[in-house]
Ligand binder design. Structure first.
Ligand code: HEM
Length: 486
């Protein structure tokens, strides 16, 4: 009798519990969708939503953190479920969702901004009134101003001159040190320049304090939103509060100077936000100005710093590319007779601009871009249920050999032709497209100009492993020897 019961457990109950555990999320989330879909004949995309609470998180971490082959996460799905239309159901980062990894579905989502909204789970940290958090007309209103202030030719012309002296002295200081960790140094110089463009901060103790605060703040963007002393999220909120206090002080000083006749208005982004009036003549409140300044700093900081770091890495690994870059920039430099370069010079730097696109393609700052479905959406016979996340796996677009030949090779000449439609989505798309894409390109162009004309460098650990989370980075942070060309 006892043996029979034991056998029943081993052969029946245990496998059943194991099966239930494995398919828990599919049953929990999938069945209501199946019932809703039965009339319309649509179905959920193929895939597996994994175990309770964690969903597919462990598989995701396995490919990204343990195997260090992030693209095989999607390849494994393609092998298991077929290519179909490039959508797979999953459960990641605490929510049920659909992975989208083909150009057609990515384009569809970007162009359907009323059906899919960009939502941050940690809006308190992003800033409730910031460009990233607000929706609809409020978003368009602030976006048009911000793009005008930092991403259009007039603004870029001014910014090119503003940021150059610091980039030049930074490169000189790297050469004096002789050996640097590029990830630390590119972060420092990017932050100093952003501080200057956005709020006229000069390098010094206040900016250093802000940098530390932003480090804490940004960790909170990816943390579980548990606001309890000791949690990353709680620490991030504290950092945000302190950073906002520094910006508030700056606003007060600016207002004071304004009252005294405005002789010292710096015309930085903060001034612009303070003076901005929409079509109805309405100005932004102080809280809106503060939220947007903080948001813009974290949007433009790590992304640009990482791309700059990867440029140093790839150029050291591909000396033939560096040689061509150097030749183009030396020619420009000779024509300038020691003057700073302008955006007109940058537009003539054809090869440099290809190096920039190639660097940003391979940096893959954002592996995926998130949207939330505001209603049940149908795409080619498949359902994206209301309130589910759709994860646009843009990294895979850039590393898929069907989109880019020999995709992991750093080959700026591939940009002699345009990328296939919908395959190059480094800056996102639709109404949410990156507000600083031209500013990022400009910063890289000016950096590459002065770097290639005056300096040489070597990787200390050319075969350093890469960690992919939160953003791709060699584990040594790209340690290099750095010196002036004699
Ligand atoms: C290489 C550097 C950069 C990369 C790869 C990058 C990438 C991105 C991506 C993927 C998005 C999300 C787009 C979407 O949801 O469709 C984004 C949004 C954004 N980026 Fe960038 N970015 C970079 C630099 C910058 C810079 C320098 C700034 C400004 C200082 C900036 C400001 C923003 C803002 C404000 C948004 C939110 C736009 C909105 O919600 O409408 N970014 N960026």
């Amino acid at each position: 009798m006892e043996v029979t019961v034991g056998l029943a457990w081993v052969l029946g109950v245990v496998p059943l519990l194991g099966w239930l555990f494995w398919w828990w999320n599919d049953i929990w989330y999938g069945i209501p969708v199946k019932i809703r879909c039965s009339a319309s004949g649509t179905k959920l995309p193929p895939g597996q939503m994994g175990i309770p609470f964690f969903g597919e998180m462990l598989t995701f971490l396995w490919y990204f953190n343990v195997l260090r082959r992030p693209d095989d996460y999607i390849n494994s799905k393609r092998r298991k479920y077929g290519d179909g239309i490039g959508m797979y159901r999953t459960h990641l980062f605490g929510s049920p969702g659909i992975i989208a990894c083909s150009p057609s579905i990515t384009k569809f989502v970007f162009q359907s901004s009323s059906k899919f909204i960009a939502e941050w789970p940690n809006n308190e940290i992003v800033g409730l009134n910031s460009i990233s958090a607000v929706q609809g007309t409020a978003h368009l209103r602030i976006k048009s101003f911000i793009t005008g202030a930092i991403n259009q030719p007039d603004a870029l012309r001014r910014i090119a001159i503003l940021i150059q002296p610091l980039l030049i002295t930074t490169l000189q200081s790297w050469a004096q040190k002789g050996r640097i960790v590029a990830s630390n140094e590119t972060k420092k110089v990017t932050f100093e320049n952003i501080g200057k463009i956005f709020a006229s901060f000069e390098p010094g103790p206040v900016l250093e304090r802000l940098d530390k605060l932003f480090e804490g703040l940004m960790k909170g963007l990816r943390a579980y939103p548990i606001n309890f002393p000791g949690t990353t999220y709680h620490h991030a909120l504290q950092c945000r509060k302190r950073a906002i206090a520094i910006f508030r002080e700056k606003i007060e000083k600016k207002k004071e100077k304004n009252l005294q006749g405005g002789a010292e208005i710096m015309n930085d982004l903060m001034d612009g936000l303070m003076q901005f009036k929409d079509d109805e003549g309405k100005q932004l409140s102080d809280v809106e100005v503060l939220d947007n300044i903080a948001n813009l700093i974290f949007a433009g900081y790590e992304s640009t710093a990482l791309s700059t770091m990867w440029a140093l890495h790839y150029l050291a690994k591909y000396p033939n590319v560096l040689q061509k870059l150097r030749e183009e920039n030396i020619a420009i430099s000779k024509s300038k007779n020691g003057e700073l370069i302008t955006i007109d010079d940058v537009s003539k730097m054809k090869y440099t601009n290809k190096v920039i696109e190639e660097t940003i393609r391979l940096t893959n700052v954002a592996a995926m871009i998130f949207r939330t479905a505001t209603e049940d959406v149908e795409f080619k016979g498949y359902k994206i249920p209301k309130n589910w996340k759709i994860m646009l796996w843009v990294r895979y677009l850039h590393t898929n050999p069907e989109n880019f030949e020999d995709p992991l090779c750093f080959n700026p000449d591939r940009w002699n032709e345009q990328a296939k439609p919908g395959t190059y989505q480094v800056f996102g798309g639709g109404t949410r497209i990156c507000a600083g894409n031209m500013l990022a390109r400009l910063q890289l162009a000016i950096f590459l100009h002065h770097l290639s004309v005056g300096y040489k460098w070597d990787l200390i650990n050319p075969d350093a492993k890469i960690c992919y989370l939160a953003h791709p980075k060699p584990v040594d942070g790209v340690e290099i020897t750095f010196s002036k060309i004699k």
